[in-house]
Design a protein around this ligand. Structure first.
Ligand code: UT7
Length: 319
């Protein structure tokens, strides 16, 4: 029994905000620095009040539409997010409520930019166990809410959005292998070290990052975890049709492809137009490549993420 992907969807809020737009808003930066260091040219930023559940709901509805199934038939909803609408209820429950799907298992996964890789791995295990038949797996973020707009080293890197997939139990090949890892000793290099206590925010509620440490860690583990899932599935990295790494930085993406020996033409890139949308980045890129026809039935697609925690994970699937 496999978990087979039967629909994808995504949602980006508003209009693209270019690097020049950010400079015009008073951030001490420029298009040349951002584009050269990261490959990012623009990103989408949600308007005040737009939430992860709203973006996730639209992405989910589009994925359900592609799959041609009714929301009521979904028995598992997992939302990967680090920017939930509330402390609780979970974003998954909010989306479930709006879909009118009652009774299904619904919960959030907090693994930051690896969130989608974790969520798809978890959904795969639920489906393979036979306990669930149809899963909606969503990555949804409004990272702009946790950015310090005075910190040019981080605020130019991120964007908002959501992506979703529908997985179904099937005898035809689907997800071939998954992996999820963490190393909490590295929690200091990427975090939002704030808390709510007694009705007040204590600590620092903004994203903080040691960019160079994150860069090195990301390139190493993205290559390692891709090799791990390929080995588990007995597939050579050379047989991957499409590589979809977490979209944080074009230099990390290219270095990962190079380490794996995957040609640049087989790597899906959206970071230039979306920026880093954390848990949404991989399903956003996946949906784009499915809808524009690059990813075809039978193709082997490797999706992978890395992010705060530190966490990293991957899934190899046959589309
Ligand atoms: O999901 C995972 C999330 N994060 C990542 O994947 C990020 C991984 N890291 C990176 O992508 C890179 O480390 C960055 C793009 C964040 C930074 O690139 P870098 O080459 O490591 O630059 P840096 O932080 O060492 O900064 C170099 C210079 C500094 O100026 P000085 O001290 O050399 O005069 C910064 O102040 O660039 C300056 N700088 C900027 N200049 C213009 C930093 N941010 C900006 C900016 N615009 N936005």
């Amino acid at each position: 029994m496999f978990a087979r992907l039967i629909g994808t969807g995504s949602c980006l809020p508003g209009n693209p905000v270019t690097n020049d737009d950010l400079a015009a808003r008073g951030i001490d930066t420029n298009d040349e620095w951002i584009a050269t260091r990261t490959g990012i040219r623009s990103r989408y930023l949600a308007s005040a009040g737009t939430t992860s559940s709203e973006l996730g709901l639209v992405a989910a509805q589009r994925a359900l539409e592609m799959a041609g199934i009714d929301a009521a038939t979904i028995d598992l909803i997992i939302v990967a997010t680090s920017t939930p609408d509330f402390i609780f209820p979970s974003t998954a429950c909010l989306i479930q409520g709006r879909l009118g799907n009652k009774g299904a298992t619904a919960f959030d996964v907090q693994a930051v930019c690896s969130g989608f890789a974790y969520a798809i791995g978890i959904a795969d295990k639920f489906i393979r166990s036979g306990s669930h038949k149809r899963a909606l797996v969503i990555g949804a973020e409004v990272f702009s809410r946790i950015l310090d707009w005075q910190d040019r080293g981080t605020c130019v890197l991120f964007g908002d959005g959501a992506g979703a997939v529908v997985l179904e139990a099937s005898e035809k090949p689907g997800i071939l292998a998954t992996a999820m890892h963490a190393d909490g000793s590295q929690s200091g290099i990427l975090n939002v070290p704030g808390q709510i206590c007694g009705g007040q925010v204590t600590g620092d509620p903004f994203l903080r990052m040691d960019g160079q440490a994150v860069f090195k860690f990301a390139v190493r583990v993205l290559a390692e975890v891709a090799e791990e899932v390929c080995a588990t599935a007995n597939v050579s990295t050379g047989d991957i049709d499409w590589l979809i790494p977490h979209q944080a930085n074009i230099r990390i993406i290219e270095a990962t492809g190079k380490k794996l020996g995957v040609d640049r033409s087989k790597v899906i890139v959206t970071v230039d137009r979306h920026g880093n949308t954390s848990a949404a980045s991989v399903p956003l890129a996946l949906d784009e490549a499915v809808r524009d026809g690059r990813i075809q039935r039978g193709h082997k697609v490797l999706v992978e993420g890395v992010g705060g925690g530190f966490t990293w994970g991957a899934a190899l699937l046959e589309f």
